[in-house]
Every structure is written in structure tokens, then in C-alpha cells.
Design a protein around this ligand. Structure first.
Ligand SMILES: [Zn+2]
Length: 413
């Protein structure tokens, strides 16, 4: 007969709660909870019953009701999977009962303390004490072929990330540098190029996309030649040529790419400038835009619009391609229609426009607020009928760029 012990979420007993350092590569939102559970499992005799009171519903679900499906799909999409796998192995290795109960955070000082300690544990990257090794007999890995869908297999493959290949990154940096020199007139260093990806005019998601492009971290083209049964991903199934980032963003004939660049060009020409030839390096170096007006004066509003148009359009094309290839299996019947592509791009740019004007609110955003004049200069001449409107009303207006949305076929009046 073993003894029984109760735990409050992230620590030992309510009295003895402690912060568990979580190694950096294991740190995620829920890893503090998981680390504490694992630590408790490892630090108590095998014949002690353990009753965990946990604040995180998802962690409980992963370890109980969803466990079978999580193991069948090899924990794909679960960030703290290493810790959870070790917990499952530890529980299976014990000879006694182990229970989990969901506790409400607000109603317990024990839970509040535990929460604070868990957060501290995730922050603490030093000297991890956790042992996440799984004894041989308890190792369950790999995805069950019968349980995975194409999407989950693809995600599982994506999840097995390698460190970026330095040679590939250097290749992209050099292309970005050449383009940046053409765009801004100066030759940037590597550090300048990386910094340019963090330009405030580039949204967080688009920055992540550009960062991955710079590292050639996306699995496109030849990468798939070495993955059995996935070799067909190596070629663009629309054009039947090698699939590369360059092909996807600048050459592919599948619906979406050309149309979206045309729309970007259309809006840019409304600004009064001619559209440059877009290259892969130019997309990566869009932060270096240095537009001068006819009198040779620097046009910082145009610089901003250029960065927005290039970065957002490239990212929209990438997302459209991923939907076509990954979600829809390159099925031509599921290709997006002309009006869907047109409206999707337009919605994305109008959203940027809207958030720009919202962000000029100094009371609300304080030092993060955008300068109203710069925002105004960004969108000047490209808004729908902006020439007669007083600038000051822009903040209140539901403004749209001067390209009309398309109606779905058959709905024209
Ligand atoms: Zn193609």
C-alpha cells in the first residue's frame, strides 16, 4: 500500500511549492505546468499516489482524454511535447494511481502561487534539473499511419526543424544586399539587413515570413526529393517545374500570384511612381526602400507604402500557395477564383490602412502611436476619393484604398 499526496498544479504540495527551471528549448506557455508535474512524478516514491490540481485545462486534456489521439499523431502541434511524453512514461512506470483535477485559478491562493512559480520556472533558463529521458520500454514515438491526415503528416514533418543552413542564408543575404543597394543607394551589412526585417512597417506575421525566406527555412522544392512518398512536392504541380521560393513568389502561373502583384502595381502607380521590377532579393530588402519624388526630395510616405505593398503582397501570395498546395492538394477544382484573389488582397491592404489610422490614436497607444502625418502621407493619393476630404476627418472615416472590390460572378447588378 502506498501513501497519497496532493499537488497544486505547478509545485510540490501547497506548502512546498517550488519553481522548476525549464530549459529554453522546452519553454512554452504550458511547459511550466508540465515541468512541475514531471518533477513531482520523478521526485516521489513509485508507490505514492499523486493527485494533481492543475489550472491548465489543456494540459489535463493532453494527459487524459486526448492522450490516445495525441500519441497516434506523434504530438504534432503540441509545443511542450517532450515534457508530456516524459510525464506519460513516468506515470506508466508507476505502480499507483495518479489523478488530475481542474482547479479554478481565481479561487485559490495556492493556485495563484503555483501560477507565479510556473511562470518563474519558464523564465529561468539556467541549469535545468528536469530529466526528460524516457526509459526504453515506455517510448512511444512516430505517427500511426492510419491516424494521420495529409495535413498532420505535413505538420509533423515541418515540426522536425533543423538549424538554418548558413550557406543558404548567406545566399539570400547576398541577394537582399544587392537589391537593398539598388533600392536605397547604400550597401547594408548583414546586421542592417536583419534589422530591416524588424522595421515597424512590417507586421509581425509578415516579418516571420520574410525571416524564414531569408533562412530558406520553408520546405519547398528539392527538400522533398529526400522524403519518401513526398517527392511530388519538389515540383510545382501547376507549372511542372522545380518549385522554389522564387518560382512561387515571382514566376508561378497558378491563380493568385500575378493578379496580386498587378494589384500592388496598380495601387503604387496611383501614388505617382512607376513600379520597379520585383525580385526575391527586393522582397527581402523591402525595408530599404528609398523613394524620391520628381524634385529629388525623399518621400517617406511612399517608402512606407512600398514596404507595406511588397511585404504584404509577397506574404499573401505565399499563403494562397500554401492553401492551394497543402490544404487543397493542388486540386485545380479548388483553385481560388479571380474575384476571391482580388478581394483577398484588397481586404489585406484595407486592413493595414484601417489599423494605420487606428494606431494614430496617441491617447490609446501612447508612445507606440503612429505619427498622423506619416500615415497620411503613406496613403495619400491611393484612397478612394481622398482628394476632396479634409485630412483631419481621416481618423474617423471608414476609408478604403481606391481599388474597388469585385463582385462574385452572377451577382452583378
Ligand atoms: Zn508554378
Amino acid at each position: 500500500m502506498g501513501t497519497s499526496r496532493e499537488f497544486w498544479s505547478k509545485g510540490k504540495s501547497e506548502k512546498g511549492n517550488t519553481s522548476i527551471p525549464v530549459p529554453k528549448d522546452l519553454a512554452s506557455k504550458r511547459s511550466g505546468v508540465a515541468a512541475a508535474i514531471l518533477c513531482a512524478l520523478q521526485s516521489h516514491p513509485l508507490l505514492t499516489e499523486l493527485h494533481f490540481k492543475v489550472g491548465c485545462k489543456t494540459t489535463i486534456r493532453h494527459l487524459t482524454t486526448d492522450l490516445e489521439s495525441k500519441e497516434d499523431t506523434d504530438w504534432v502541434d503540441v509545443e511542450e511535447h517532450k515534457l508530456l511524453r516524459a510525464i506519460v512514461a513516468a506515470i506508466r512506470g508507476r505502480g499507483t494511481k495518479c489523478t488530475f483535477q481542474k482547479m479554478n485559478m481565481e479561487h485559490s491562493t495556492g493556485m495563484r502561487k503555483a501560477q507565479a512559480l510556473a511562470a518563474q520556472g519558464v523564465r529561468n533558463e539556467a541549469d535545468a534539473v528536469l530529466n526528460i529521458d524516457i526509459p526504453q520500454g515506455y517510448k512511444v514515438s512516430g505517427m500511426k499511419l492510419s491516424k494521420g491526415t495529409q495535413r498532420t503528416f505535413y505538420r509533423a514533418l515541418k515540426a522536425r526543424r533543423k538549424r538554418p543552413d548558413r550557406a543558404k542564408t548567406n545566399q539570400m543575404l547576398s541577394r537582399a544586399r544587392d537589391a537593398a543597394t539598388m533600392l536605397g543607394g547604400k550597401t547594408p551589412t548583414d546586421a542592417d539587413i536583419w534589422k530591416s526585417l524588424y522595421h515597424p512597417d512590417i507586421t509581425r506575421k509578415t516579418r516571420d515570413f520574410l525571416w524564414r525566406c531569408m533562412h530558406q527555412a520553408y520546405k519547398v522544392g528539392t527538400y522533398w526529393l529526400n522524403i519518401p512518398t513526398y517527392e511530388h512536392y519538389a515540383e510545382c504541380r501547376h507549372c511542372h517545374v522545380d518549385d522554389t521560393l522564387e518560382h512561387i513568389l515571382l514566376e508561378c502561373d497558378a491563380p493568385g500570384r500575378e493578379k496580386m502583384w498587378d494589384l500592388a502595381q496598380q495601387l503604387w502607380e496611383m501614388k505617382g511612381y512607376s513600379w520597379p521590377e520585383v525580385s526575391l532579393g527586393g522582397i527581402l530588402a523591402c525595408g530599404f526602400a528609398g523613394v524620391h519624388d520628381a524634385s529629388g526630395k525623399k518621400d517617406s510616405g511612399a517608402d512606407r507604402l512600398y514596404r507595406i505593398l511588397i511585404s504584404e503582397t509577397a506574404h499573401q501570395i505565399w499563403k494562397t500557395r500554401c492553401t492551394r498546395v497543402i490544404d487543397n492538394g493542388s486540386d485545380p477544382e479548388k483553385y481560388p477564383s479571380e474575384y476571391e484573389i482580388h478581394n483577398k488582397w484588397l481586404a489585406c491592404i484595407n486592413e493595414r490602412l484601417r489599423s494605420d489610422f487606428i494606431m494614430t490614436d496617441k491617447l490609446k497607444f501612447e508612445n507606440r502611436a503612429l505619427n498622423f502625418k506619416i500615415v497620411l502621407n503613406t496613403w495619400k493619393n491611393v484612397l478612394d476619393g481622398d482628394e476632396n476630404l479634409p485630412a483631419v476627418s481621416l481618423r474617423e472615416s471608414r476609408f478604403l484604398v481606391g481599388i474597388a472590390p469585385l463582385r462574385p460572378p452572377g451577382r452583378n447588378r
